[in-house]
Design a protein around this ligand. Structure first.
Ligand code: NAP
Length: 245
């Protein structure tokens, strides 16, 4: 039987890496996207290869339309199809709004929101041929609640939620499902920068009294990719230990 395949953007480390490995364990061929960190992407590939023989890495800045097009061209030539896309790439440029430069605002919007749009558009074209597919977009609880110091990031994540719901409405009749995951605070390089005091305060606000693991998000992604969620679209699933409810 033909393997399913998945493109995971930003899969060299953190949540993206955990998602790539979880999909490989579940029998998917994994396309591991990276932008600058080739070594990290190769390390993910090493892990993925334990479970899947037809996986590969592919470089592309998701904010660049031409690079995204070239990445999908490569996918089309290699696999002739795409079963699942996980738009995971994301950056932060945290600073209070009054001090935020236009560049700091736009950089985050370009990678997080425009990147999600560019990859989803290309993925839909491939998925429509088979009349099936699942797109999973990485939002954040901050896109639902807002967060001081993250006007750019929160706007990008709220945008991803609106985008996901709109695309779910456009693609439902083609059997392409679009959902978002809104993680709370997950232990990765992105949250490593927080001081111990900030982390302690955060943990106090979480009913489950702990930060999340990358595997918690990966398990949610595998659920949203497969038949177990075949009647679920346009939803935002919070993986946050109950932090925002
Ligand atoms: P991370 O460790 O900082 O990893 C970010 C990934 O995004 C890297 O692999 C990076 O690859 C990739 N990336 C950045 N810019 C890119 C670009 N222009 N094109 C392609 N890839 C790019 O982050 P993480 O904590 O795993 O977060 C993953 C996702 O979950 C993000 O969307 C983040 O906003 C979201 N999230 C995280 C948390 C959390 O607590 N960690 C909470 C809520 C939501 P390169 O190094 O190759 O550029």
């Amino acid at each position: 039987m033909e393997n399913k395949n998945v493109l995971v953007t930003g899969a060299g480390r953190g949540i993206g890496k955990a998602i790539a490995i979880e999909f490989a364990k579940n029998g998917y061929d994994v396309i591991i996207n990276y932008n600058g960190s080739k070594e990290a992407a190769l390390e993910t590939l090493e892990e993925v290869k334990k479970y899947s023989n037809h996986s590969m890495i592919v470089q592309a800045n998701v904010a660049n339309g031409q690079e995204v097009e070239a990445m999908f061209q490569q996918i089309q030539e290699t696999y002739k199809k795409l079963d699942c896309l996980v738009n995971n790439s994301g950056i932060t440029r945290d600073i209070l709004c009054l001090r935020m430069s236009e560049e700091e605002f736009m950089d985050v919007i370009q990678v997080n929101l425009k990147g999600t749009f560019l990859c989803s558009k290309q993925a839909c074209r491939l998925m429509m041929k088979k009349k099936q597919g699942s797109i999973i977009n990485m939002a954040s609880v901050v896109g639902l609640s807002g967060n001081a110091g993250q006007c750019n990031y929160a706007a990008s994540k709220a945008g991803i939620i609106g985008f996901s719901k709109s695309l779910a409405k456009e693609m439902g009749s083609r059997n392409i499902r679009v959902n978002a995951i809104a993680p709370g605070f997950i232990q990765t390089k992105m949250t490593e920068v927080l001081s111990e005091e900030v982390k302690k305060n955060l943990v106090n606000q979480i009913p489950m009294k702990q930060l999340g693991d990358v595997e918690d998000v990966a398990q949610t992604a595998i659920f949203l990719a497969g038949d177990a969620s075949k009647y679920i679209t346009g939803q935002v699933i919070q993986v946050d230990g109950g932090m925002l409810m």
